[in-house]
Design a binder for this molecule. Structure first.
Ligand SMILES: *[C@@H]1O[C@H](CO)[C@@H](O)[C@H](O)[C@H]1NC(C)=O
Ligand SMILES: *[C@@H]1O[C@H](CO)[C@@H](O)[C@H](O)[C@H]1NC(C)=O
Ligand SMILES: *[C@@H]1O[C@H](CO)[C@@H](O)[C@H](O)[C@H]1NC(C)=O
Ligand SMILES: *[C@@H]1O[C@H](CO)[C@@H](O)[C@H](O)[C@H]1NC(C)=O
Ligand SMILES: *[C@@H]1O[C@H](CO)[C@@H](O)[C@H](O)[C@H]1NC(C)=O
Length: 525
């Protein structure tokens, strides 16, 4: 452990019992950070290549299909890649792209939509992108903002969008319907919603309230969240303290299952519990208490070591109290999130645990033919959580036995769709420790992705990370490639800045789940 302070080992009680308004008091020492200009230049070049392809063949539609040089309106046709790219173009100080995006934002027609609208996706990509753009353009990157009319439009468009989305919360319980339609705004009528899609709104909607002075947005999201903070019925909904089920009935507010983990469908609910405390420790202290419970239970009940590589740590999923030895690229954000919480709560054990998870996600990259990690993977637990060779803990299938022996996991779904989570955890590991090996891991991953996924006019999702050439292109460049992957690849090698995470928690920003930096409430006034 690089980080040392007065607290050693577990400190659940002191974290839970901290006075609501106290916030972090002790500080972790700040390491010396290194910047690598030749690496940041290469990442900026990858951004430019992706942006140019998008701007030429897809703008102002949502996503580039880089091989067919056409577009997809998979995010309602408002220019998802442009809005998602804004905060990355800003931190890279790519003035031309910034001006192109700002000019676009004032023209978006948020009253009409292509297709059904996902409240969750619209919130994290569009609302998050707009609010982050506004926070950066009125803060450390204000030199890139030239026109007050256009700047004001960034915030007013965010408010306009949220005003149209508000209908989603018009349910008997206040738990939002994730599916909406526009012209006029109306609910699609879903009966259920999941904890990720309910619990990953509160940062953006609260920030919108704090920026506009209109409390209604934050109140709506916090009301939906309240059912996740006190999950009912207890016996079904919360198999381990703080670790909860996935789906709720929108009409009753009751959970429908007790299955979950740090995986897709659940993931960013846990992420935002600690990030809301970071955003404002006064209002969101109880969210932090729930996060601490979830992390303590994860260390105790979900930390699993593959029988072939017991030095690795993956977090199991669960169905009730039964562990399931399967995880995802998506879940690899957990490492960075636990490190971040460890910094704020002064819990060296959390940081060490998060670094262990980071190293294990690194193994999912370095073990494949492309040196990129798979979408879904499995392993056989070493027998500590469930006895080896029992029906819930079988050996690797014969065809994967050799791979499992070598790697410590086997591949269930080998595609890579330009996801960020492993690089995200390298970023937090680096910022927490200053250990340059994490910069090297990120650079290695950049070279692998840059080589394997470069296709046509941009970058594409691939079919098989364990085929040397990636096994085929899906002809699709997700908007989060701009928002997240390129930003983490860049920031981990870049100069220090006000929005960079700091080991002593002195940064002014907290990143939403789409890697859009939002200004902390305490730094806003
Ligand atoms: C600022 O942008 C608005 C909207 O695009 C435009 O009408 C106006 O002329 C611009 N002002 C300046 C000073 O460039
Ligand atoms: C949700 O609860 C309502 C009211 O009890 C019930 O009518 C409906 O069938 C439930 N839906 C699901 C999917 O459980
Ligand atoms: C991290 O991994 C090391 C090596 O396997 C192990 O000794 C240590 O206990 C782990 N730390 C935590 C907090 O799990
Ligand atoms: C589990 O089964 C494999 C064969 O499939 C065997 O090699 C191994 O020894 C068994 N492990 C235990 C602990 O029984
Ligand atoms: C990244 O890929 C592009 C496109 O193939 C290539 O031109 C560039 O040299 C690569 N960058 C590095 C650092 O390998």
């Amino acid at each position: 452990m690089r980080l040392t302070n007065g607290l050693v080992g577990l400190c659940t009680l002191c974290a839970v019992a901290a006075p609501a308004a106290a916030g972090p008091t002790r500080r972790n020492p700040k390491p010396t950070y290194q910047s690598h200009p030749e690496r940041t230049a290469a990442v900026k070049a990858a951004f430019q290549r992706s942006w140019d392809g998008y701007y030429k063949y897809a703008f102002p539609h949502d996503s580039l299909q880089p091989i067919s040089n056409t577009f997809s309106d998979d995010r309602n046709g408002w220019g998802a890649s442009a809005v998602d790219a804004l905060s990355t173009a800003l931190v890279m100080e790519n003035n031309e792209a910034v001006q192109q995006i700002i000019a676009h934002i004032q023209n978006i027609d948020f009253d009409t939509a292509v297709g059904d609208i996902s409240l969750f996706e619209t919130t994290i990509r569009y609302l998050g992108g707009l609010l982050s753009g506004y926070d950066l353009l009125t803060g450390p990157l204000k030199s890139l903002s030239t026109n007050k009319t256009q700047l004001d439009a960034v915030l007013s468009q965010a408010k306009h969008l949220a005003d149209n989305l508000k209908i989603a919360f018009d349910t008997p319980t206040g738990i939002p319907d994730n599916d909406i339609l526009f012209s006029p705004p109306r609910r699609a009528g879903s009966q259920t919603n999941s904890i990720a899609t309910i619990g990953t709104l509160v940062m953006e909607w609260t920030r919108l309230s704090d920026l506009t002075g209109e409390p209604v947005y934050g109140e709506l999201a916090q009301k939906g969240e309240s059912y996740l903070l006190d999950p009912q019925p207890k016996a079904l909904a919360e198999p381990f303290p703080g670790l909860i089920g996935t789906n709720l009935n929108i009409t009753t507010g009751q959970f429908l299952d007790g299955r979950g983990g740090w995986v897709g469908g659940d993931d960013s609910f846990y992420e935002y519990l600690i990030k809301m405390y970071i955003y404002d420790p006064v209002r969101f202290s109880s969210y932090k208490d729930r996060w601490v419970l979830a992390v303590e239970s994860s260390i105790k009940y979900l930390a699993s070591h593959p029988v072939s590589h017991p030095e690795l740590t993956f977090l199991a999923m669960y169905s009730g109290t039964t562990p399931l030895f399967v995880s995802q690229h998506l879940a690899c954000f957990d490492a960075g999130n636990i490190i971040l919480g460890g910094l704020y709560l002064n819990e060296p054990e959390y940081i060490e645990f998060g670094l262990n998870l980071t190293a294990s996600c690194h193994d999912t990259y370095t073990s494949t033919a492309t040196r990129i990690g798979p979408e879904t993977f499995r392993w056989q637990d070493d027998g500590k959580l469930l006895s080896t060779n029992s029906s819930g803990n079988p050996p690797a299938p014969a065809a994967q036995a050799e791979f499992f022996k070598k790697a410590g996991f086997w591949i269930q779904d080998g595609q890579y769709v330009l996801r960020p989570e492993v690089i995200e955890s390298y970023y937090y590991a680096y910022r927490a420790t200053g250990d340059t090996k994490y910069q090297d891991w990120a650079w290695d991953a950049f070279l692998a992705v840059n080589k394997t996924c470069a296709a046509g006019s941009g970058y594409s999702a691939i079919d098989n990370v364990n085929a040397a050439d990636g096994g085929g292109f899906q002809d699709f460049q997700e908007s989060f490639w701009f928002a997240e992957v390129l930003k983490y690849f860049y920031l981990i090698q870049a100069d220090d800045a006000e929005y960079q995470i700091q080991a002593d928690t002195s940064e002014s920003y907290v990143f939403n789940t789409e890697c859009h930096p939002l200004k902390k409430y305490s730094k806003s006034y």
